[in-house]
Write a protein that binds this ligand. Structure first.
Ligand code: FAD
Length: 443
């Protein structure tokens, strides 16, 4: 039995395999195809959508992991598909290197994070797919192909960077890396409306900026990270305990209290932002970007044209306020530079992301449906790993290179060996592929 991180999704595959070479992956794929089974790969199981589920063959690449090659001078690293981002970051640090931008956790498998277009924050900074230079994958017929950014025909590369696991099994990834750097990260409460009114200035002033806000609190919690010279000053054991307490134990207490007494949530929202002081951390980039997350929740997140961020935050808050909807988890608002992957959620536009979470056991369906409607009205695209209810027909018009992606998919996996029910929902069943035109006609 396989279960995802949030504990909401389970499947019982006919076979679960842990290949340790690309050859073993190829054999597993061919055997599954001959047996008429759907093949899916589990990364770290940190997606909230049923992307991983299969009753056929489930592959875990935890034995196909590790850094394969470091080209320090060229600023490149080649890494096996099952490597966690955390293991990669630590190994890069040993070589004096780092990834330029990361999300807020680093336990994902690199190929799992890429498959759903994982991103961090930073107005001029790339999402994860935009840091990729080449992808190696085992396709439905068992062949191993390599697709690179500098290929004369980069069609396969642009499709394979973000593929929701639908093109094949990613066995290795080459990434662009930068010299290791230290960040000074400052968290502080500030009036939300001031923050929303000055997003452009803040994004321009800091390489990494994001904000958290609650529906019922006047203040937001902002997080700015700037590159500093000098050595990192990692927190000592006491500092580490304090950080874990604030981001996990304290949050768990708060959300449990809200879950037990929903009518207290507006008060708790205000209390937490009032009690939050300013805190500063100076550490290696990867330890500032990501932190452990123990509080279990479910989530929806939408990529938006950057200019829409403030309106979407205001509209979601207003929706909650009108209904006194019990939301005791903060919204998270982030920014990234455009990417060029066919299904990159920041494809072709400077993007903002608005994420809305619900503590496990709390109601979320009505809220997430409202967030979806608000985001769609502002040109939103859902995160491929987070809850939404869109189908291929509705998703097709949101991606200018949708048809190019589908052409690669049809060529590489005509029988749908990698298509589970969720992939069929969001990308179309094999042979019943929505085109941009058809999708647009239905909107
Ligand atoms: C606490 C938490 C924090 C998060 N923070 C962020 C964040 O800051 N930014 C963000 O963008 N997202 C974030 N996410 C979402 C997360 O990054 C994505 O859902 C990501 O895809 C999870 O990676 P994973 O390794 O767990 O992959 P899984 O969830 O296991 O799989 C995701 C997809 O990748 C496919 N896949 C996995 N490995 C391979 C492979 N080798 N070849 C082909 N396909 C493969 C799977 O089949 C599936 O389709 C967060 C999620 C959680 C739970």
């Amino acid at each position: 039995m396989w279960e995802n991180w949030s504990g909401e999704l389970r499947c019982a595959p006919a076979r679960t395999l842990r290949p340790s070479t690309a050859g073993e992956v190829a054999r597993a794929v061919v055997e599954a195809r001959e047996a008429g089974q759907v093949v899916r790969v589990a990364g770290a199981g940190h997606s909230f959508t049923p992307v991983v589920l299969t009753d056929g063959t489930l592959l875990s690449l935890d034995r196909l992991a590790g850094v394969l090659d470091v080209d320090r001078a060229g600023g490149r690293v080649r890494v096996a598909g099952g490597t966690t981002i955390n293991a990669l970051s630590r190994e890069l640090d040993r070589h004096g290197l780092a990834l330029e931008n990361l999300g807020d956790i680093d336990v994902q498998a690199i190929a799992g994070a890429l498959a759903t277009s994982t991103h961090g924050t930073g107005g001029a900074k790339p999402s994860l797919p935009q840091q990729v230079e080449a992808v190696e994958l085992v396709t439905a017929d068992g062949s191993v192909v390599r697709a690179a950014r500098d290929d004369a025909d980069d069609g396969l590369f642009r499709a394979a960077c973000v593929a929701v696991g639908a093109l094949g099994v990613v066995t290795a990834v080459e990434l662009r890396v930068v010299p290791a750097f230290t960040l000074r990260r400052v968290d502080r409460p500030e009036p939300l409306e001031d923050v929303l009114d000055s997003l452009d200035e803040r994004i321009a002033a800091h390489p990494h900026f994001e904000l958290f806000c609650f529906p019922y609190a006047r203040d937001a919690l902002t997080r700015t990270s700037d590159v500093v010279d000098g050595p990192p000053r990692p927190p000592g054991p006491w500092g580490q305990r304090r950080e874990t307490w604030t981001t996990n134990t304290g949050l768990e207490l708060l959300v449990r209290l809200g879950a037990r007494f929903p009518s207290s949530i507006p008060l708790l929202n205000r209390l937490v932002t009032r009690l939050a002081g300013t805190s500063t951390k100076v550490d290696r980039s990867f330890r500032c970007f990501a932190s452990p997350r123990h509080v279990r929740f479910t989530e929806t997140e939408w990529s938006l044209p950057r200019a829409a961020a403030a309106d979407v935050v205001r509209a979601v808050r207003a929706w909650c306020d009108e209904r006194r909807y019990p939301v005791n988890f903060p919204f998270e608002v982030r920014f990234v530079a455009p990417d060029d992957a066919d299904l990159g959620t920041a494809h072709g536009r400077a993007s903002a992301y608005v994420a809305v979470h619900a503590y496990r056991g709390m109601p979320f369906e009505e809220l997430f449906a409202a967030v979806q409607a608000i985001a769609l009205a502002h040109g939103g695209r859902p995160h491929w790993g987070k809850r939404h209810a869109l189908t291929a027909r509705e998703l097709a018009p949101l991606y200018p290179r949708w048809d190019a992606f589908q052409a690669q998919r049809a060529a590489l996996d005509p029988e749908g060996v990698f298509t589970n029910a969720h992939v069929a929902q969001v990308l179309g069943a094999p042979g019943v592929v929505e085109t941009r035109q058809a999708g647009a006609a239905t909107m």
